[in-house]
Design a binder for this molecule. Structure first.
Ligand code: ADP
Ligand code: MG
Length: 233
C-alpha cells in the first residue's frame, strides 16, 4: 500500500461570490521513503495540496488516503492524532510558540509524544539544535531570532519526533544557501536512515537538486512527474 494515495482530488475555495479552483483533479501515489519536491508557479496549488496531504484540510472532491485511511472519513480527534503521531510540518509561517525558547519549542514536540526520558530528551534536542546551526541560541525566544533562525527551529521541531512523513512548504525560503544545504542534508540523512518520507514545495533549485522525484503543478493539475537522481554532494 502506498503511504499516500490521492484520487481525483479537487479543492474549491469560496471567497464571497468567487470560487477559486485550487486543485482540479490530482491523482498521485507516494511510497514510503520517497523524497519528493513539488514545484510550480505561485498560485498553482502547492500549499493547498500539502495541507490536504497533512490532513489539515479536507478535499472538496475525491479522496486523500494516508496509510490507507481516507482523511475525509476521520473525525477531528482522529485527524489530530494522525497529525501529532505521524506527520512533521515545516510551514512558512513557522508557528513557533512565542513565550518558549528555541530549546523549549523543540522539546515541547517531544514532550507531547512522551517517548523519551528527560536526559534523553535534552540530548536529542541539543544534537538537533547543533545540526541545524542553532548551537548557543537555544535560550532565545522566537522574537529574538531572525527569520532564517526561526525556520531552523521549525525544522528541528518537525524532525525531533522522527515522524513517518515530513511536509515542508518552501522550507529554504528564508535561508542562505549554506544553511539550505545543511538542512537538506539533515533531512536526506533521516530519509536514508529512518526511511522518512519527505514532500517539499519549493521554487528553490537547490531543494529540487536533492529530490528523487519532481512533481510540477500548473493550475491545480500535475503537469509533470519525473523520477531523477538525487544530488550527490
Ligand atoms: P501555491 O502554494 O502554489 O502558491 P496555493 O495552494 O496557496 O498555491 O493557492 C492556490 C490557489 O488557491 C490560489 O489561486 C490562491 O489564491 C487560492 N487560495 C489558497 N488558499 C485560499 C484560501 N484560504 N481562500 C481562498 N483562496 C485560496
Ligand atoms: Mg504556497
Amino acid at each position: 500500500m502506498p503511504l499516500l494515495n490521492l484520487k481525483q482530488v479537487t479543492k474549491v475555495y469560496q471567497q464571497g461570490e468567487i470560487k477559486v479552483e485550487a486543485l482540479r483533479g490530482i491523482d498521485l501515489e507516494i511510497e514510503k521513503g520517497e523524497f519528493t519536491t513539488v514545484f510550480g508557479p505561485s498560485g498553482s496549488g502547492k500549499t493547498t495540496m500539502l495541507n490536504l496531504i497533512g490532513a489539515l484540510d479536507k478535499p472538496t472532491g475525491g479522496t486523500v488516503k494516508i496509510n490507507g485511511d481516507s482523511i475525509g472519513k476521520l473525525n477531528k480527534n482522529e485527524l489530530a492524532l494522525l497529525r501529532r503521531n505521524h506527520i512533521g510540518f515545516i510551514f512558512q509561517s513557522y508557528n513557533l510558540i512565542p513565550v518558549l525558547s528555541a530549546f523549549e519549542n523543540i522539546s515541547f514536540a517531544l514532550r507531547i509524544a512522551r517517548k523519551n526520558s528527560k536526559s534523553e530528551e535534552k540530548e536529542k534536542v541539543f544534537n538537533l539544535l547543533k545540526a541545524v546551526g542553532l548551537e548557543g541560541l537555544e535560550n532565545r525566544r522566537p522574537a529574538e531570532l531572525s527569520g532564517g533562525q526561526k525556520q531552523r527551529v521549525a525544522i528541528a521541531r518537525a524532525l525531533i519526533k522522527e515522524p513517518k512523513l515530513v511536509l515542508a512548504d518552501e522550507p529554504t525560503a528564508n535561508l542562505d544557501s549554506d544553511t539550505s544545504h545543511e538542512v537538506m542534508k539533515i533531512m536526506l540523512k533521516m530519509n536514508k536512515e529512518l526511511n522518512t518520507t519527505f514532500i517539499f514545495s519549493t521554487h528553490d533549485p537547490l531543494v529540487m537538486d536533492y529530490a528523487t522525484r519532481l512533481l510540477e503543478l500548473r493550475d491545480g493539475r500535475i503537469s509533470k512527474d519525473k523520477i531523477k537522481e538525487p544530488a550527490t554532494n
